[in-house]
Design a protein around this ligand. Structure first.
Ligand SMILES: [Zn+2]
Length: 217
């Protein structure tokens, strides 16, 4: 059995540089190169940067991140806007809720999902769903993947809306451009011209205005 000897920490060379063989041996001892494949993967989320509009991957659990293309700081937290909120411009990859008692105008919101439980006017750009659960008059532009107007609520869009899907359970007034479809559920009303490849209208739903399949017509 060989005797255990500690190695001297001081290298007996004036320059302080290790010989190549010794350096490689120490690098190999402390290197994790063989374990790279086992590194735990961080769950990521594919988002669209709200500054440059390109797809970028961000850690799912992060509160903020940076766009890999334009390096913009990306906020990822959810935002709740209460009555009397001072900050009317919101940019986040999270969700925005306008609380039921709020009455906010001149909002500028860019987010994933937006819930209008209270009154909020201004411009909205949602990658996900904009859900209107309170009668509202929106003076600015509205862009969303899906716009949902709940039963018994009236939404007036003075500048119209551009969406993929519009689902109406209540009443909507304004010009609608939908890339996929417009669905008017039972009892729903749509007042205004509507551009959509498909218009699904349940029995008892009303549409007052022109319908054409594409906005260019
Ligand atoms: Zn970007």
């Amino acid at each position: 059995m060989s005797e255990y000897r500690t190695e001297p920490l001081v290298v007996p060379v004036c320059s302080g540089l290790l010989s190549e063989g010794e350096r490689n041996r120490r690098v190999a001892l402390t290197s994790f190169s063989g374990k790279l494949a086992e590194r735990p993967t961080v769950p990521e989320r594919d988002v669209i940067c709200y500054e440059c509009g390109r797809h970028t991957l961000v850690p799912r659990a992060a509160l903020s991140s940076r766009c890999t293309h334009c390096h913009a700081h990306l906020r990822m937290t959810d935002v709740v806007l209460r009555h009397g909120a001072q900050r009317l411009t919101v940019r986040t990859l999270g969700d925005v809720t306008v609380q039921a008692d709020a009455q906010l105008s001149q909002l500028s919101v860019v987010c994933r999902h937006c819930y209008l439980e209270g009154r909020g006017s201004g411009s909205f750009r949602c990658e996900g769903t904009l859900r209107v659960a309170c009668s509202n008059r929106i003076e600015g532009s509205v862009q969303a993947d899906t716009l949902v107007v709940e039963r018994g609520k009236e939404l007036i869009l003075t500048q119209g809306a551009t969406v993929n899907v519009l689902e109406v359970y209540g009443k909507v007034t304004g010009r609608i451009v939908a890339r996929t479809r417009v669905v008017l559920h039972r009892g729903a009303e749509l007042h205004g011209n509507c551009f959509a490849p498909t218009l699904e209208q349940a029995a008892g739903a009303k549409h007052r205005g022109e319908w054409s399949r594409s906005a260019s017509v």
